[in-house]
Design a protein around this ligand. Structure first.
Ligand SMILES: *[C@@H]1O[C@H](CO)[C@@H](O)[C@H](O)[C@H]1NC(C)=O
Ligand SMILES: *[C@@H]1O[C@H](CO)[C@@H](O)[C@H](O)[C@H]1NC(C)=O
Ligand SMILES: *[C@@H]1O[C@H](CO)[C@@H](O)[C@H](O)[C@H]1NC(C)=O
Ligand SMILES: *[C@@H]1O[C@H](CO)[C@@H](O)[C@H](O)[C@H]1NC(C)=O
Ligand SMILES: *[C@@H]1O[C@H](CO)[C@@H](O)[C@H](O)[C@H]1NC(C)=O
Length: 224
């Protein structure tokens, strides 16, 4: 009598805890960005998002099982200054770094005009030469820049078709924020430590990422 009445209860509690734990892990893997960013991302039918480790930036994306070269990206940051730029790019080289990155950069000018373009970040541009819009090998469609006055969110969005050299299971991506621009030319501010760190290798399928920023910073300190 005793065992026949407790067993269903035990099974029920076990089932309940199973539902609970899967429910919780589902939420944490889908919605690990701020609510404001998640709302804006959802408005673009972006389903994945996460907070990036630097610059207060948040990243959203979609990928497709049937075509892993096709992705959508959405990057956002709170920007309180009247001028600024926001960049996101992917690097086909083995390491996540700025040089070699094929980037999309959105610029907000003091007169309120918003522009967005593609940029090939070369060793020269990293060293401070003029960074002008250029063709990149990644196919970019529907690139959009938005500034929401109400919450100061600055976002860029694009649909990309990557070449086969990129692998969305270990995509080297780079992001950057700046506060000065001239027309379509974003100006680099003196590279502080965070500029070095704003790269990681992300698995767009699992949301996992690896950052080598700390390691590189240690190397720099040893060298200097
Ligand atoms: C959602 O997106 C549309 C256009 O894509 C825009 O007009 C609208 O303001 C957006 N809504 C929010 C809450 O961001
Ligand atoms: C972008 O720059 C790289 C060198 O970093 C160069 O090999 C490549 O051809 C450039 N791409 C385009 C489309 O100009
Ligand atoms: C995306 O861009 C294509 C052309 O490249 C256009 O036909 C389509 O309407 C755009 N979609 C949206 C949602 O803006
Ligand atoms: C992409 O990377 C993953 C993980 O390293 C690997 O298993 C997979 O084979 C790679 N895909 C291609 C097309 O190279
Ligand atoms: C804002 O300034 C830029 C660069 O000087 C110019 O190209 C653009 O037309 C201006 N936009 C407006 C709305 O005045």
């Amino acid at each position: 009598m005793y065992s026949s009445s407790t067993r269903p209860a035990v099974i029920f509690i076990f089932a309940l805890s199973l539902i609970f734990s899967t429910g919780i892990s589902l939420i944490s893997s889908i919605n690990t960005c701020s609510e404001a960013f998640f709302t804006m991302a959802s408005n673009r039918s972006i389903t994945q998002c996460k907070k990036l480790p630097t610059l207060g930036a948040e990243f959203g994306w979609n990928y497709y099982h049937h075509d892993e070269r096709r992705i959508e990206i959405f990057l956002g940051v709170k920007l309180h200054s009247e001028m600024g730029w926001l960049a996101w790019g992917a690097n086909p080289l083995e390491v996540p770094q700025m040089v070699g990155t094929r980037a999309i950069i959105g610029i907000k000018l003091p007169n309120g005009s918003l522009t967005i373009g593609t940029y090939n970040i070369t060793a020269e541009s990293k060293l401070g030469c003029r960074l002008q819009p250029s063709k990149i090998e990644v196919i970019v469609r529907n690139k959009t820049i938005d500034y929401v006055e109400a919450n100061h969110y600055f976002t860029i969005y694009a649909k990309l078709t990557l070449l086969s050299v990129y692998n969305i299971s270990r995509l080297n991506h780079v992001w950057q924020v700046g506060y000065h621009a001239e027309e379509m030319e974003p100006k680099m501010h003196p590279s502080h430590l965070q500029s070095v760190d704003s790269t990681e290798t992300i698995n767009l399928k699992t949301s996992e990422s690896q950052s080598i920023g700390k390691h590189r910073r240690r190397l720099r300190m040893v060298r200097s």
